[in-house]
Structure formats: structure tokens, C-alpha cells
Design a protein around this ligand. Structure first.
Ligand SMILES: *[C@@H]1O[C@H](CO)[C@@H](O)[C@H](O)[C@H]1NC(C)=O
Ligand SMILES: *[C@@H]1O[C@H](CO)[C@@H](O)[C@H](O)[C@H]1NC(C)=O
Ligand SMILES: *[C@@H]1O[C@H](CO)[C@@H](O)[C@H](O)[C@H]1NC(C)=O
Ligand SMILES: *[C@@H]1O[C@H](CO)[C@@H](O)[C@H](O)[C@H]1NC(C)=O
Ligand SMILES: *[C@@H]1O[C@H](CO)[C@@H](O)[C@H](O)[C@H]1NC(C)=O
Ligand SMILES: *[C@@H]1O[C@H](CO)[C@@H](O)[C@H](O)[C@H]1NC(C)=O
Ligand SMILES: *[C@@H]1O[C@H](CO)[C@@H](O)[C@H](O)[C@H]1NC(C)=O
Ligand SMILES: *[C@@H]1O[C@H](CO)[C@@H](O)[C@H](O)[C@H]1NC(C)=O
Ligand SMILES: CC(=O)N[C@H]1CO[C@H](CO)[C@@H](O)[C@@H]1O
Length: 773
């Protein structure tokens, strides 16, 4: 843990900024932890990306993050939303980075600023503005002076803005860490020597920004001093930083997974996620960040490609709309509170781990004052009994028990004592709103300009769509061919072959992989005329013809009669009233094909309900949390529209009368399109013996109790069954008395409340309730 020369210089630097501001917070690190004002800290962080929600949602999201036990919020910085046109900046509305950081600050949380500015993030072009792609001589993410100059220019702009507002901890602000580049170690080998030079340049450029807090580089095992390399993944317990002076940090613990068009809904169980976190802290970790804590929505054209859906829910602890994803949220909250209560021991204690075999281990953190214990069982099928200092502890398969005093188990990752909330969609409850919306329509104007082949740009080649523009998914490629009478093809039966139209998501560039930025969007070609005459085939390649390019637009008048359905390239418009109340609003797109949707002029993203998720892969049985997770495990939604509902933030619909406009590409029928709200429908409580069971309908009264039993209950939320034994008192009556008509209630899972049970001794008893909101 010795200080290197540079490290010493770094501390001096922080010291000098200390003199400038009396509020300065000193952030540094040793091999054990990030230190804040000299104290080693346990940092529990969560990713919330500001453009994936709205300014109006931020305070509530961050408040819930704090209540969920986080002390840090992390975000990327999205270059292409801030500099959509070179040197023209946008920091307004949902792009107001400074306001977002100040919202974090006002809740008293720390912030981690991952500037990138390459961010991946399933974001359009990985966060790179498309104009960058078109700069002469540029090569992205490598030692290329054109690129490095632009990257430095943007990074400096962000750092200067943040400094001006005094938001780095060294200035008294909330930002304790910053990141340069992103997961470059995953792709560096394909850039050869230039990749290494670029990585080192990134580090030096970052250091030269003088921000007074440490920089991190995630997934970069050769991160140069003093950059801290950090881990991203489903599990990071096996991770070791690349030098002993760096703490063990996990910048992306994937709470779930993103969704693809045509793909299934991934779910990561609360038990497995809690297990991965507890393992990380059992094995010496001190900083961990949930990716994502709130996933949110890919509004407009921000979804990366190919095939990332508009919803970026991620099965995160806060759902797409900002509601609690229970039991994940509550189960992790309890874990965070336990871990934070052990902060001093975890950051100062001597760590001793005893391997008991069969993947079972006991870890003791000991300081002179206290000892804290983790009992880990990484065996995916066999439960264990750990005997420790004369007592027996039951540690289920694939779980970790935490004993802050090495005596009393206060938490086990597999024992969920939090309610499950089943969210439901309710139809628009607005007053006087008839069930069906009235639609007007107009066709995409394909006649005059388009059919005459007039474009904005001409080139004698097939262009990458990024070359033209990044303001629309749609681009007309137009050319004309004159076939003279004496042309051999003239007498042939002519057809056109277009290579590349299979990629229907033109306009949704990739965001990940080596040289991902060079993969074309649009029609890559070749485009050929094929002339057939009997056995004779003549091919005329049109790829290097003169092509005219035009971004789509429309001019036709709106009409109300004879609503066309199932027609390509059709615009639809309707007005609607905002649903009453404050519950999140979604629009149900059932019946539509594929296209884009706007509410009061703001794009709510791409829709594609006609793309069904594949038929198989879903299991009827409850997901087994045991065993290594990946995103193909615990999937749902087989055979259903990949994404049927689309988030309409409340702030998009402030008016009495609001407008919805759809551009339908494939053909659809808007008759069934309607607005709904999202709220808990049923909630299922679960509490192991001696714990309190808390039930809440998040602001609504509990209206009925469908099931209740204290014993060895079977089944899952929605299909509970009594076990072989239970307590003597009538549990339904007890629950009704405690909960009906209330917005929340609490009851203890004990023999005292539910009456002595006829369970054999040794039975694990739990109180299980299903309530209706
Ligand atoms: C970015 O480049 C512009 C010129 O294109 C220059 O005026 C500006 O000062 C640069 N900004 C920074 C922070 O280097
Ligand atoms: C898990 O436990 C079972 C039963 O004791 C044992 O057969 C198996 O090898 C263990 N698995 C691992 C990965 O240790
Ligand atoms: C921790 O380890 C150090 C070095 O081995 C030892 O001197 C110290 O006594 C230990 N402290 C405790 C509480 O075990
Ligand atoms: C802990 O106890 C050991 C042995 O008694 C002692 O040498 C050491 O200084 C103590 N450490 C602290 C931090 O009090
Ligand atoms: C739709 O049009 C009909 C006939 O003009 C009208 O009665 C109805 O109120 C309209 N519905 C809405 C939602 O505007
Ligand atoms: C021209 O080609 C089309 C499509 O292959 C075929 O259906 C048609 O019969 C052909 N006509 C002649 C005259 O060969
Ligand atoms: C058609 O496109 C695919 C994928 O872009 C490419 O691999 C293939 O070589 C192309 N075919 C021709 C004939 O160029
Ligand atoms: C416990 O009591 C319940 C209800 O009285 C009964 O159905 C069940 O069979 C009993 N179980 C045992 C193990 O005695
Ligand atoms: C560091 C780490 O845990 N990486 C894992 C991330 O997730 C992928 C996909 O499951 C694994 O292959 C990596 O090992």
C-alpha cells in the first residue's frame, strides 16, 4: 500500500485546491477503498442516465435511489445529445447535465461522472456524434489526431462546465470520480500498437484536466498509473485491480439486461443480484455500481443498434417509469443498509477466509473492536450448514449470509423479506374520454420530389446513411437509369437486386465492438439490375451510379375520412386527454406495425409491436436463482410483441388536449391504440419467521386479501398454495384487520401473532400474503 511518486504528487494537487475552497472534499484512494476526507468508504452506487428520463422525474428517481440505500449515483455523458452539430451545443431539458448533478447533490449523494466520451450504453452510435464519422482523415477510438483533438475538445468542455459550477468534490461538489474512455480493454487488441498509444494518451489527457478527484478506466487491465482500472460484469468477486494501490471496484454490476427487437424480456432475480453484491463485499470489494439502477427509455432515436428496443427498463431496481421494481428494490435496500452499517470493519478489518469445501466459505473481517462475518455458499444446488463458534447456520445454495457481529444473521441473499409487486396497465380514466380515439391521416409524400428523384445530396456511390444526416431513420436512395434500345439488357426481363435491405433498422447505428463505428447503416449495396432472357443473365451494377439522397418529409394534407389501414408509409394523428392522476402513462401500440411516435411534437421513440419475441425459451416454472446468471436465463414474454407499451412521461402531456402523431412504415391499424396508466395490481408479501412483513400499494388502499398463510407455503406470487402445516389463527382475518383500506401495513411473522403452528420443528416458516391494490 506504499505511495508511489505520482500518487504523492496527486495528493499535493488536491491539497492546493483545498486552499482555494474551504468546502473542498478530498477524494483519494489506497489499495483498500476510495477515501473521502481521509476516511475509507463503502460506496454503493447506481447508474441513472439523465436523457433516459425527464427533468421532472429526476428528483423522484434520485430520492428513491437514496431511500434504496445508495450513497452514489453514476451517469455517462452523452456526447451526441450535447453536440449534435459540431460546436453547436445542447444542454437544455433532459440534456441538462449540470442540473442532473445538482439534483444528486441536493439529495446529499455523491456522483460518478463517466465522461467517456465513448459510452457504448446501447446508445445511438455509442454516444459519438455522427458528424465525427464524417470528418476527413478521422479514425475513432485510436491514435488519430483528428479524433483525439475532438475528444479532448469535448472532454475539456464538460470538465470546464462542471468546474465552473463547482461540482467536483475537490471544489466542494458531489463528483468523487470521473471516467475516461469505456471498456477499451475489451477491444484494444484490434487497434494494435495505436490502441496502446491511444489508451495512454487518454490517461494523460484526463490527468491534464486537473479535476482533483481520481480517474477510473473500466475493463482496462493495463490502465496506466494513476488511473484505477475497474470491473464490469454479472459477477466481479474474482476481479483484482492491476496494482495493489488500487481498490477493488465494480463499475457495472448488471442488474438485468437490455432488450432487443425480437428478443425476450430478461430478468435477473433479486436473490442472484444480491448474491453477486454480497460476494463482492465478502471478497474485499468496497465500491460497486448497479448498471442500471434506473434504465428508463430510449426516447427519439437514441437507442443504439442494431435492434435495441425503445424501452431500456433493464429489469433495474427502479422500473422504466420510475416505480419500485419489487422485490429487487427492497431486497437490495436491506443489503445496502447492512453493508453500510459494517463500513468501518469492511474498510479496516483484517480479512481471513476459510474455505470449508464444496464452495462454502467463511470470511471474517476483524478490527480490534469488532468482527463481521460473511458465510458464502456458491454451490448452485446444495444447501449448507455452517458451524461457527458453536452455532449452526443454515446457508442455502447460491447465497451469502451476513452477520455484522459474527453471531446473528441479519441478512441472507436468498431469503427475500420484501413484497413482490405485480404492475398492471389500466385504461385511461380521463373524464369524458370515449374509448376510441378519432384519427386523421395523410400519406408520406412520395409523389413529386421523391419520384422525380430530387435529393439534397448527390454522389456517384451508395452512401453510408451516417454520411447524409442523423436526424431521421429514413433516407431515400434515388437514381435513374436510361436503357437505350441497343443496350443488350433492353430485350431482357429486368429485376432489381438490392443487397442490404435485410437490415431493416437503417438509421440505428451500432454502439459496440472493435471498429463498430465503421459498420455501414443504410444500403451498403451492391444494387444491381438483373436482366434475364432464357438462360442468359446480364447484370448491371448501379452502385456507382449517380445517386440522389433525400431525408423523408411530408406535405400532404391531413384527412379524416376513409382511414387507411395496413398501408406503408402512412401518417396518423389523434388528440387525447391525459389520464387522470399521477401514475405513469403509456401508449398501447397494439395493431401497429413499425415506425416512430411523437406526443405534442416530442418523439417518444421507435415502436415495433408487430415484431414478436421468439416462441421458445420461456419456462412456466418460477425462475431458479441458483447458478451463474446470463441474460438468456429467466426470460419471459415468449411469442408476445417485443414491446407493446411505450412510455409517455407526464411532462410531455401537460395540456387538456394533447396530440399523438405516428409514422407507420410497414402498415398497421391505429383503431386499438390507446393510453393507459401503470400501477401495482397485486402485491405479494413474504417474511421469514421473526421478520416484519410490510405491504404497500404505493399510495393506493389495499382492497382485498386473496391469500395468507404462516407456515411452509408453496408456489409464487399469483399461485400460492398452503403447505403441510400452518399457524392456528385465521391468517386471512388477521391480515384483513391489519391491512384493508390502508395504503400500507406491517405485521410480524411469528407464532405469537399467527398462533402456534403444527409444523415440525426445523421447518423454515414464512408468512406469505397476496393482496389486491
Ligand atoms: C474546441 O474547438 C473550438 C474550435 O473548433 C475552439 O474554439 C474551442 O476553444 C475548443 N474548446 C476547447 C475546450 O478546447
Ligand atoms: C455442490 O454440492 C454437491 C453436493 O454436495 C456436489 O456434488 C457438487 O460437486 C457441488 N458443486 C460444486 C460446484 O462444488
Ligand atoms: C491484523 O493483522 C495485522 C498484521 O498481520 C496484525 O498485526 C493485527 O493484530 C491484526 N488485527 C486483528 C484485529 O486481527
Ligand atoms: C490492535 O491490537 C494490536 C494488538 O493488540 C495492536 O498492536 C494494534 O495497534 C491495535 N490496532 C489498533 C488500530 O488499535
Ligand atoms: C370522435 O368523433 C365523433 C364524431 O365526430 C365524436 O362524437 C367523438 O366525441 C369524437 N371522439 C373524440 C375522442 O374526440
Ligand atoms: C419475368 O420475370 C418474372 C419474375 O421472375 C417472371 O414471373 C416472368 O414470367 C418473367 N417474364 C418473362 C417474359 O420472362
Ligand atoms: C451483401 O451484403 C452482405 C452483408 O453486408 C455481404 O457480406 C455480401 O458480400 C454482399 N453481397 C454482395 C454480392 O456483395
Ligand atoms: C396442520 O393443520 C392443518 C389445518 O388444521 C392441517 O390441514 C394439516 O394437515 C396439519 N399438518 C400437520 C403436519 O399436522
Ligand atoms: C468481469 C465479468 O464478470 N465479466 C463477465 C461479464 O459477463 C459476461 C457475460 O455473461 C461474462 O462472459 C464475463 O465473464
Amino acid at each position: 500500500m506504499g505511495f508511489s511518486g505520482f500518487f504523492f504528487a496527486f495528493l499535493v494537487l488536491i491539497f492546493s485546491s483545498l486552499i482555494l475552497s474551504s468546502y473542498a472534499i478530498e477524494v483519494s484512494h489506497d489499495g483498500r477503498a476510495i477515501t473521502i476526507d481521509g476516511e475509507r468508504r463503502i460506496l454503493i452506487s447506481g447508474s441513472i442516465h439523465y436523457p433516459r428520463s425527464t427533468v421532472e422525474m429526476w428528483p423522484d428517481l434520485i430520492k428513491k435511489a437514496k431511500e434504496g440505500g445508495l450513497n452514489t449515483v453514476e451517469t455517462y455523458v452523452f456526447w451526441n445529445v450535447h453536440e449534435p452539430i459540431r460546436r453547436q451545443y445542447d444542454f437544455t431539458g433532459n440534456n441538462d447535465l449540470i442540473r442532473f448533478i445538482k439534483t444528486i447533490q441536493s439529495e446529499g449523494l455523491y456522483a460518478v461522472l463517466r465522461i467517456g466520451p465513448y459510452v457504448c450504453a446501447e446508445w445511438n452510435y455509442g454516444g459519438f456524434p455522427v458528424w465525427l464519422h464524417n470528418m476527413p482523415g478521422i479514425e475513432l477510438r485510436t491514435a488519430n489526431s483528428v479524433f483525439m483533438n475532438e475528444m479532448q475538445n469535448f472532454t475539456t468542455l464538460i470538465v470546464d462546465m462542471v468546474k465552473k459550477e463547482g461540482l467536483f468534490a475537490s471544489q466542494g461538489g458531489p463528483i468523487i470520480l470521473a471516467q475516461i474512455e469505456n471498456e477499451y480493454g475489451n477491444v484494444i487488441s484490434s487497434y494494435g500498437y495505436a490502441g496502446k498509444a491511444y489508451r495512454d494518451w487518454c490517461a494523460n489527457m484526463a490527468i491534464s484536466q486537473n479535476i482533483g478527484v481520481p480517474w477510473i478506466m473500466c475493463q482496462e487491465s493495463d490502465a496506466p498509473e494513476p488511473m484505477i482500472n475497474t470491473c464490469n460484469g454479472w459477477y466481479c468477486d474474482q476481479f483484482t485491480p492491476n496494482r495493489p494501490t488500487s481498490p477493488k471496484m465494480w463499475t457495472e454490476n448488471w442488474t438485468g439486461w437490455f432488450k432487443n427487437w425480437g428478443g425476450l424480456d430478461p430478468h435477473r432475480t433479486a436473490e442472484d443480484l444480491a448474491f453477486s453484491v454480497a460476494r463482492f463485499f465478502q471478497t474485499g470489494g468496497t465500491f460497486q455500481n448497479y448498471y442500471m439502477y434506473h434504465g428508463g427509455t430510449n426516447f427519439g432515436r437514441t437507442a443504439g443498434g442494431p435492434y435495441i428496443t425503445t424501452s431500456y427498463d433493464y429489469d433495474a431496481p427502479l422500473d422504466e417509469y420510475g416505480g419500485l421494481n419489487q422485490p429487487k428494490y427492497g431486497h437490495l435496500k436491506q443489503l445496502h443498509n447492512v453493508l453500510k452499517s459494517m463500513e468501518r470493519t469492511l474498510t479496516h478489518g483484517n480479512i481471513t477466509t476459510n474455505d470449508l469445501g464444496n464452495m462454502v466459505s467463511v470470511t471474517i473481517y476483524a478490527t480490534n473492536e469488532t468482527s463481521s462475518c460473511f458465510f458464502g455458499n456458491a454451490n448452485d444446488s446444495s444447501d449448507a450448514t455452517v458451524t461457527f463458534q458453536g452455532n449452526d447456520y443454515d446457508v442455502p445454495a447460491w447465497s451469502v449470509s451476513i452477520l455484522p457481529d459474527c453471531k446473528n444473521e441479519v441478512y441472507n441473499t436468498a431469503k427475500v423479506n420484501t413484497q413482490t409487486s405485480v404492475m398492471v396497465k389500466k385504461t385511461n380514466e380521463a373524464e369524458n374520454e370515449p374509448s376510441a380515439l378519432n384519427w386523421s391521416w395523410r400519406p408520406e409524400n412520395t409523389d413529386k420530389t421523391i419520384m422525380l428523384g430530387q435529393g439534397h445530396v448527390s454522389k456517384t456511390q451508395l452512401l453510408d446513411q451516417k454520411f447524409i444526416d442523423d436526424a431521421s431513420d429514413y433516407l431515400w436512395y434515388m437514381t435513374s437509369v436510361h436503357i437505350k434500345k441497343d443496350d443488350p439488357i433492353h430485350s431482357h426481363n429486368i429485376s432489381i437486386r438490392v443487397n442490404g435491405t435485410g437490415q431493416v433498422l437503417n438509421g440505428q447505428p451500432m454502439n459496440y465492438g472493435p471498429q463498430f463505428d465503421e459498420i455501414n447503416t443504410g444500403i451498403p449495396g451492391p444494387v444491381q439490375l438483373i436482366g434475364r432472357n432464357g438462360d442468359e443473365t446480364i447484370i448491371k451494377d448501379l452502385s456507382s451510379h449517380k445517386w440522389n439522397y433525400r431525408i423523408h418529409g411530408f406535405a400532404a394534407k391531413w384527412q379524416s375520412d376513409n382511414l387507411p389501414t395496413n398501408q406503408r408509409m402512412m401518417w396518423y394523428k389523434t388528440t387525447f386527454q391525459a389520464p387522470l392522476g399521477t401514475d405513469p402513462v403509456v401508449v398501447d401500440m397494439q395493431g401497429m406495425g413499425k415506425g416512430m411516435a411523437w406526443v405534442n411534437g416530442q418523439s417518444i421513440g421507435r415502436y415495433w409491436p408487430s415484431y414478436l419475441a421468439k416462441e421458445d425459451g420461456c419456462s412456466l416454472e418460477a425462475c431458479d436463482y441458483r447458478g451463474t446468471y446470463d441474460n438468456n436465463k429467466c426470460v419471459t414474454n415468449c411469442g408476445q410483441p417485443t414491446q407493446r407499451w411505450y412510455h409517455v412521461p407526464r411532462s410531455f402531456i401537460p395540456n387538456d388536449i394533447n396530440t399523438l402523431v405516428l409514422f407507420e412504415e410497414f402498415g398497421g391499424n391505429p383503431a386499438q391504440v390507446n393510453f393507459q396508466t401503470v400501477a401495482p395490481g397485486t402485491v405479494c408479501g413474504n417474511a421469514y419467521e421473526k421478520n416484519n412483513m410490510e405491504l404497500s400499494c404505493e399510495g393506493r388502499p389495499i382492497s382485498d386479501i386473496r391469500f395468507a398463510s404462516f407456515g411452509d407455503v408453496k408456489g409464487t406470487c399469483g399461485s400460492f398454495k398452503k403447505g403441510s402445516c400452518e399457524g392456528g389463527n385465521n391468517p386471512i382475518d388477521l391480515l384483513k384487520t391489519a391491512c384493508l383500506g390502508k395504503v400500507s401495513c406491517s405485521i410480524q411473522a411469528s407464532d405469537h401473532v399467527f398462533g402456534k403452528s403444527n409444523c415440525t420443528s426445523g421447518t423454515t416458516k414464512r408468512l406469505v400474503v397476496e393482496a389486491v391494490c
